[in-house]
Design a binder for this molecule. Structure first.
Ligand SMILES: [Zn+2]
Length: 436
């Protein structure tokens, strides 16, 4: 363990304490300190307080970032790192898109050196966009997961990832078998789960690409390692749902397949969940399963409009996600801007407080990580970002006439992107910064 010295920063701070949907008064959901002082010790938050004159005497070497906004790092609850290079591929919906673009790209990750190269690029891209933790799909190749974890470990980044399990309905060159997927996942769990800040996720791609035998073994793994995550896809696209029904006629529907094989639960994260039945909403709630909401992907692939309010009504935890390469940006600010429009198209609203909560504490809670990250409570791991309120001339102009915190934050959510991320800290250490 590297000994870290204290970091003390003066700036404006915003973080969340509660879900804005669950408080009567919005002021109980967040804390904003316009002139605050954050003290970091050994990679963890020691205190966050308003700045006062004594602070200057106590911490003569404090970093002065007045005029900038500090927030907890963004958390991305669903992303495919091997798809980084095929982001924005033209013209198809889910099933054709997988066949035409995704599978040929993922083939390359058999080569560990290639996987290393893309892992480095991917992590750098996350940091540039202010994302300090992610739940990540590898490919079917165990090498892809080794490469990603090795890179994350170098900067002590909190990362959850898993090897894709896929033994049918994909090209032969990308298939494992039920047994090999079990064996390889088990080796990876033993090697990486809870090693430093790394954790493992059992990763059947989605029901159509796994045989019942493979799903049985995935469930067996989850029973053997209950602390490990499960990540997969659910009800993204109408054709996909019909396909699942034809492959598993004995099951009641898509979610029932996962439920039957023991793959639901509070550490199970289902991406998309756009076309759920009422029964499926109830099952998600009953099993405490989690949804990853992927706005840019849902719009790009024409999958549909996710109903965030319904998730709140059913008390189903939701995390925010980019779903790159189905998603079109690594930026969670851009995810939120698209999430706002998805709500508008359904005659609903997404407040900036709910949005920024989702990108930080909400996603931490959805991943059962809120005791570690997600806000600046004492003892939390110090993953945070320094934001510029305005990174473009248009943003500057927009802010000139803005006179409330809510409006300034809303402009940031709608117009902001990676250009607003000035620097990123992981476990109290600076890991990315724009050149001043
Ligand atoms: Zn996905």
């Amino acid at each position: 363990m590297i000994q870290q010295s204290n970091t003390v920063i003066r700036a404006s701070f915003l973080h969340f304490i509660n879900d804005p949907a669950k408080v009567e008064n919005i002021d109980d959901a967040y804390q904003y300190i316009s002139d605050g002082l954050l003290v970091i010790e050994n990679g963890k938050v020691k205190s966050l307080t308003p700045f006062n004159d004594k602070s200057a005497d106590l911490y003569p070497h404090l970093e002065d970032k007045r005029g900038q906004l500090i927030m907890p790092g963004f958390i991305d609850t669903h992303i495919h790192y091997p798809q980084t290079e095929m982001i924005a591929a033209y013209g198809e919906q889910l099933l054709e898109w997988l066949e035409t673009y995704t599978f040929p790209t993922e083939k390359q990750f058999k080569d560990k050196l290639y996987a290393q190269k893309i892992s480095q690029f991917f992590i750098n891209e996350l940091l540039k966009n202010g994302t300090t933790s992610a739940l990540v799909f590898g490919t079917v190749h165990p090498e892809s997961v080794d490469a990603l974890f090795e890179e994350a470990e170098k900067i002590d980044m909190r990362m959850i990832a898993g090897k894709v399990m896929m033994d049918r309905n994909a090209p032969n060159y990308l298939l494992d078998t039920a047994q090999s997927s079990y064996d390889q996942s088990k080796v990876l769990i033993e090697k990486w789960h809870n090693k430093g800040r790394l954790q493992y996720a059992i990763t059947p791609r989605f029901a159509p690409t796994s045989t019942p035998e493979q799903l049985t073994l995935a469930g067996k793994l989850k029973a053997e390692y209950p602390d490990v995550y499960v990540q997969t896809h659910l009800s993204e696209n109408i054709d996909e749902i019909e396909w699942v029904k034809s492959l598993f006629p004995e099951r009641e529907g898509y979610l029932d397949v996962y439920e039957h094989y023991g793959l639901t639960g509070e550490k199970s994260v289902f991406a998309h969940c756009i076309h759920l039945t009422d029964k499926e909403w109830d099952t998600l709630a009953k099993t405490k399963s989690v949804i990853a909401f992927c706005p840019t992907s849902n719009l790009f692939l024409g999958s549909g409009l996710f109903n965030l309010d319904k998730a709140d009504e059913h008390h189903v935890p939701v995390g925010l996600a980019t779903d790159v390469g189905g998603g079109t940006s690594f930026s969670q600010l851009r995810s939120l801007s698209e999430a706002y429009k998805i709500m508008q198209l359904q005659g609903k609203k997404l407040s900036v407080f709910k949005g920024l909560y989702l990108a930080t504490l909400g996603s931490a809670q959805s991943l059962s990580l809120d005791h570690k990250v997600g806000n600046f409570e004492k003892g939390k791991e110090a993953d945070f970002i320094v934001l510029d309120w305005a990174a473009t001339e248009l943003q500057t102009l927009r802010l000139e006439n803005s006179n409330s915190l809510q409006d300034k934050l809303f402009a940031l959510m709608m117009l902001g992107d990676e250009r607003n991320i000035h620097s990123t800290y992981v476990a109290g250490k600076l890991v990315y910064s724009v050149a001043d």
